[in-house]
Ligand binder design. Structure first.
Ligand code: UGA
Length: 447
């Protein structure tokens, strides 16, 4: 099929490059000329396993093309995916500026033939309805609008696109739904070749529904996951007060298949480009619809509070004053296996510590370059070597769940640190073993 992808960001590139690898011809349109130039040379604007490889293959076999105008591509396309960002406004609502611009540009360039517009960006309920009305008003009737939310995780973009847990198609046009079902057939049937070794044993479930339900499924999924994390963090705080161990508690709770063991890691809470934005947006949408979302409000509050509790632990363990202290922080990315620092709990901790006068020496396996942009002219030194970062530091603070941190040479760390204290916001180590290794070790929800 001939496909256009509007927005060559995380979701757009991962989706488009996977679709190209399945035998489609894919045009990417992005208004950022620099990005388009780099992509044409096979260079990604972010780090993500397998995506760069797919980009190189797509360029080599001519199945992907990049442009910053709509006129050359839209008239040729059978399907147009909208994958632009929907950043938060000050009040938490999703800002639909980029999406609306994309729709206007698509409308200007539509030919007479039937075309399916697929909204992949995370958008408030009612957005597909708005797009449909807008197109009707401008006299474009041979168009269908589908809501097809994206559930991929950063660091696992290609696997999640090829082996999703489900595919949601919200539509009021059976003709357009059929197009999309055909497009996704190699994924649903797990018959794609060569890209990754693994395959799901079962067919991927397809949920056919209305646009509104599809839009709400995306928000509800992310909100449920944030609820799960905030819930376990609340239990961790209770565990800490009463002397229980949250790792054992989470394991015991998660073994109930109705609950499940995923997303029960207590710690510093959730961050990133999606969870905070989407949870706040759903909270705002609910308020606008006349419903006060009591649970969502608490989920957000627990997540904010979690970082302050952790800060308190750092200050307390440094004798109540940090202005004369140097603090090594391991973890700048919002989670492991990504260089993304957006709404990273680690960055938030560094900002607050710096505000109260601490000197920071930070390390991250992938995110140092991105963090440099945030810490220009600041009292924060960034290191690409963990042992360099801890030199002369009074304490080591862990803020991201990188598995590499578990393999660090503890003896070496102890020698380099001024005091053998580790404050772990991701519960990476076993408290008894750390005690044996000679550290004062403080974590979340454990003695
Ligand atoms: C998340 C969802 O997992 C995806 O399904 C969704 O498609 C995506 O948002 C999106 O809406 O685009 P992602 O932001 O890549 O994906 O990150 P996650 O792996 O979900 O982690 C989010 C945050 O939760 C991280 O800060 C992580 O450290 C934290 N987390 C995760 C915990 O604190 N505890 C856990 O048990 C799990």
């Amino acid at each position: 099929m001939n496909i256009s992808i509007i927005g060559a960001g995380y979701v757009g590139l991962s989706t488009g490059l996977v679709l190209a690898s399945l035998g489609n011809e894919v045009f990417f349109i992005d208004t950022d000329k620099e990005k388009v130039k780099r992509l044409k040379k096979g260079r990604l604007p972010f780090q993500e396993p397998l995506v760069e490889e797919l980009l190189r293959i797509g360029i080599k076999n001519n199945s992907v093309k990049f442009d910053f105008t709509y006129s050359g591509t839209i008239p040729k396309s059978e399907i147009v995916f909208i994958c632009v960002s929907t950043p938060p406004k000050v009040n938490g609502e999703a800002d639909l500026r980029y999406l609306k611009n994309a729709v206007k540009e698509i409308a200007k360039n539509l030919s007479k033939k039937f075309i399916t517009i697929v909204i992949k960006s995370t958008v408030p309920v009612g957005t597909a309805g708005w797009v449909r009305k807008f197109l009707k008003r401008t006299g474009k009737n041979n168009v269908a609008v589908i809501s097809n939310p994206e559930f991929l995780r950063e660091g696992k973009a290609v696997e999640d696109t090829l082996m999703p847990d489900r595919i949601i198609i919200g539509s009021d046009s059976s003709r357009a739904s059929k197009f999309l079902i055909d497009l996704y057939n190699p994924i649903v049937k797990q018959t794609f070749e060569n890209i990754i070794e693994e395959r799901s044993d079962d067919e991927i479930p397809l949920v056919l529904t209305t646009n509104e339900s599809a839009e709400l499924i995306k928000y509800a999924s992310n909100a449920f996951l944030t609820t799960k994390i905030s819930f376990i963090n609340e239990i961790a705080n209770i565990a800490e007060n009463i002397g229980a161990d949250i790792s054992d508690v989470a394991r015991g709770v998660g073994l109930d298949p109705r609950i499940g063991d995923k997303f029960l890691n207590a710690g510093l809470g959730w961050g990133g480009s999606c969870f905070p934005k989407d949870t706040r947006a759903l909270h705002q949408v609910a308020g606008n619809s006349g419903y006060m979302p009591v649970l969502l409000k608490a989920v957000i509050e627990v997540n904010n509070e979690q970082k302050y509790r952790f800060l308190h632990k750092i200050v307390e363990n440094l004798g109540g004053e940090v202005s004369d202290k140097t603090i090594a922080v391991f973890g700048l990315a919002f989670k492991a296996d990504t260089d993304d620092v957006r709404e990273s709990p680690g960055i938030e901790i560094i900002n607050r510590l710096e505000e109260i006068g601490a000197k920071i020496r930070a390390f991250d396996p992938m995110a140092v370059e991105n963090a440099k942009l945030l810490f220009k002219n600041r009292n924060v030194e960034l290191y690409k070597d963990p042992y360099e970062a801890v030199k002369t530091a009074d304490v080591l603070v862990i803020t991201t769940e990188w598995s590499q941190f578990k393999n660090l040479d503890l003896n070496k760390l102890k020698k380099l640190l001024k005091r053998a204290i580790i404050i772990d916001g991701r519960n990476l180590f076993n408290p008894a073993q750390m005690k044996k290794a000679g550290f004062k070790y403080i974590s979340v929800g454990r003695k």
